[in-house]
Design a protein around this ligand. Structure first.
Ligand code: TC6
Length: 718
């Protein structure tokens, strides 16, 4: 709701009250409209201030209401009522003015912001555009280029930048509401003719066409199939080319296209999914709201390779004291230099002080004796990790949490090396660890709820989105990825090329196709793992070359590695590069010959594989594995999987994540297509729909937020 009061006799105060962010729900909109009418009708009231309760002006439209039938007064007439008011209306912006919140502020005649406030139009990230006049008012106020920047990127600005751009009239370090009241009194008798933004002419820079062309090119490049950014450009274009009223009509049309699109639904689902993962639960019933994290002041990182360096930087930037351990002198000094560089660049980019003094370097594991939490980040070698965990268990103070940064090794096996297995959890960072937002927090069967809560909270403090997942080979992300990679290899055997597969996946919205990503990460990494798993051996020849454990196996990746083709680092992989370390992938005629020889050798006849098959073969087995993961209780809900895939694996956000995508395709359709491919390729693993997927498909594709009710049941039957 919105609360009306009178201050200093002549100022009507409208306070938005809808915790936590004063979103513009139906009740809030109704409250604002009622309060405005009241303020306008009271003769003693000479001016009005609009503010938000609890130091937050307004977080915009209530996203939770988007799926439901619209009730209450719409936003557009509400902002017009405010702008048309005969008494000056001043927005007192504390905390945030986002989306509809900023549109509300732009309808006011003046804006006073607190210096710590942030303002912006984040609608584009929800698959929308600022549809309450934002695309028409902002360009009239600050010009076209700056508006295009803010509206198409969703970038939030500080109060200082907002002042510079001309969005706010004053910035104060003091109480912004008090300042706004004083300001409102001072302008009570002033004419409002020059204060209604909708009446301003929209500035028309001489190079207008070039500006819009560039903006369109820019969004096409970065949007990867998302429709909202381009539609935002079109809406701003209307502000320049049409009178205000017509521009508003155009904004409404474009908003409605976006609002009713699958992309907006996916992005809004994702918005809530990213917040839902913090309310974690484990298969054994531990929960976020009943598990208390331990205090962590000092942390250690063991192993300063690429991952360890990134983790050290993340910890220091989050304000933790860090002991960084690397036993090799030379690597330690290289790491010191690299970490300093990363910290310097980070401090410059973020405009914050350097965090060098937070880190102490050491060559000895003994240096971690007094820390509260250790993150082991040596390379993926179980024997080495086991030795380190034995050492840590002996050296660390009682109660210290022992974490391993592994992308798939058994957490429980490591826990069993320690005296306190309940204090062991996995923290799977994604490279580069100081940049990537995702953290898989992996609990083993013996990890205590307190340990999981501590790791989840550490991730949050490091600016990550932490997702709690159970212990299994590859956890959630890499376990599903295995199926995706396998299918891509099989498609090559059957006649596809790396370029064809990658093109289909990039058109779907991945920033890079599977083969380009493999070349970037290094083909030798998977090869090492497969060798350790006994999947690579000269003994596999003849008919056994393409069979492992009774299932079809593609040795293509192994054969490439045997040729020294490790990807970008060697200048050759699934593609060729101009030099080792080169970045631009070019099709490699050698590879075509290699694939032809391979097929001939194994009696495979290349066939034409269409776009649909490439997409379905790559995505549906991955999705099916996601359902198996839910069935096994490794992930608590579809949101966990979707957040992992969007933040860690480049799944296009506007498609919500693999589980959301499946819900949109239709689970019955996913089952039907998997069965279809299974029939044609009975030897291909991963094509058999799992029990949970079949069950959900059979109960007529329930909405994704209802899946959890069904998921509990198959689990209890395991
Ligand atoms: C014609 C219409 C045109 C207008 C369109 C729009 O305005 S579109 C909207 C444009 N506006 C946006 O896109 C702003 C979206 N919001 C944000 O960017 C951030 O939430 C924040 C910066 C406001 C606060 O960040 P923070 O890290 O301090 O906190 P946090 O992120 O954890 O959120 C806390 C809780 O608040 C909830 N919630 C938040 N906002 C909304 C909302 N608008 N609605 C409903 N709920 C919302 C959030 O779900 C969470 O709930 P939970 O999980 O506790 O039950």
């Amino acid at each position: 709701m919105a609360f009306y009061s009178r201050v200093s006799g002549s100022v009507g105060m409208i306070t938005l009250q809808n915790p936590p962010v004063n979103a513009l729900s139906a009740a809030v909109r109704q409250g604002i409209v009622d309060a405005m009418h009241r303020a306008l009708s009271e003769p003693e009231v000479k001016s009005v201030v609009i503010c938000g309760q609890n130091g937050k002006f307004c977080g915009g439209a209530d996203i939770g209401e988007f799926g439901a039938k619209m009730t209450g007064p719409p936003l557009v007439p509400m902002v017009h009522l405010i702008e048309a008011a005969s008494k000056p209306v001043v927005a007192a912006i504390e905390g945030i003015a986002l989306g509809g919140g900023l549109e509300l502020a732009l309808s006011c005649h003046y804006r006073i912001a607190h210096s710590k406030a942030r303002l912006g139009f984040p609608e584009v990230a929800l698959g929308l555009l600022p549809g309450a006049g934002g695309t028409q008012r902002l360009p009239r106020l600050i010009g076209v280029p700056a508006s295009l920047d803010l509206i198409t990127t969703g970038r939030q600005v500080t109060a200082a930048e907002a002042r510079q751009l001309g969005i706010v009239d004053e910035v104060t370090d003091l109480n912004a509401v008090d300042a706004a009241v004083k300001f409102a009194q001072s302008v009570a008798d002033k004419s409002l003719d020059a204060r209604r933004i909708s009446t301003y002419p929209c500035p028309r820079p001489p190079d207008l066409d070039t500006i819009f062309e560039r903006a369109m090119q820019q969004v096409r490049r970065s949007a990867r199939g998302a429709i909202a950014p381009g539609t935002c450009v079109q809406a701003v274009h209307a502000a320049v080319t049409l009178p205000y009223a017509k521009g508003m009509e155009r904004e409404r049309e474009l908003f409605s296209v976006l609002f009713n699109s699958g992309q907006a639904r996916a992005l809004q689902y994702y918005f809530f999914a990213q917040r839902a993962v913090s309310r974690w639960s484990t298969a054994s019933g531990a929960r976020w709201d009943t598990s208390k994290p331990r205090p962590v002041h000092k942390a250690a990182v063991i192993g300063l390779g690429t991952m360890g360096r990134g983790i050290t930087v993340s910890l220091a930037q989050a304000g933790f004291s860090v002991v960084a351990v690397e036993t090799q002198e030379k690597q330690l000094s290289e790491a010191k230099q690299a970490v300093s560089g990363m910290l310097e660049r980070g401090a410059k980019r973020r405009g914050v002080p350097l965090a060098h003094d937070k880190i102490k370097y050491s060559c000895s594991v003994q240096a971690v004796a007094d820390v509260d939490l250790v993150i082991e980040a040596v390379f993926e070698d179980m024997a080495l990790k086991k030795t380190i965990f034995q050492q840590l268990s002996a050296i660390c103070k009682p109660g210290a949490l022992l974490c391993t940064n592994t992308s798939g090794l058994d957490i429980d096996e490591l826990a069993s090396q320690t005296q306190s297995p309940e204090l062991v959890v996995g923290m799977h960072f994604f490279a580069p660890a100081h940049v990537m937002q995702l953290l898989e927090v992996v609990y083993g069967p013996r990890s205590s709820p307190e340990a999981v809560a501590t790791a989840m909270q550490m991730g949050k403090k490091m600016g990550k989105v932490s997702v709690a997942v159970g212990n299994c080979r590859g956890f959630v992300g890499n376990r599903m990825l295995k199926l995706y990679l396998e299918q891509a290899f099989f498609l090559l055997e059957e006649g596809a090329t790396p370029e064809q597969v990658d093109q289909v996946l990039e058109e779907f919205g991945f920033p890079m196709g599977v083969f380009k990503v493999s070349d970037l990460s290094g083909l030798d990494i998977g090869w090492k793992v497969r060798k350790a798993d006994g999947l690579v051996s000269p003994a596999f020849t003849g008919t056994s070359a393409r069979i492992r454990g009774g299932s079809r196996y593609s040795p293509l990746g192994d054969l490439l590695c045997e040729q020294g083709r490790f990807g970008q680092k060697t200048g050759k992989g699934w593609y060729q590069y101009d030099k080792p370390g080169g970045r631009v992938a070019k099709p490699d005629p050698w590879l075509f010959g290699f694939l032809e020889d391979y097929r001939a050798q194994h009696g495979l006849v290349a066939r034409r594989i269409d776009h649909q098959e490439v997409l379905e073969r790559c995505l549906y087995p991955l999705i099916n594995e996601g359902f198996q993961i839910l069935q096994d209780g490794i992930a608590a809900g579809p949101e966990d999987i979707d957040v992992i895939y969007v933040l860690g694996y480049g799944w296009p956000r506007h498609r919500g994540g693999p589980m959301f995508y499946a819900s949109q395709v239709g689970l019955d359709k996913v089952v039907e297509r998997l069965e279809h491919y299974q029939q044609i390729h009975p030897d291909v693993p991963g094509l058999q729909p799992c029990r949970l997927l079949r069950k959900l498909a059979a109960i007529s594709n329930p909405a994704i937020h209802k899946w959890r009710e069904v998921i509990q049941k198959p689990r209890s039957q395991l």
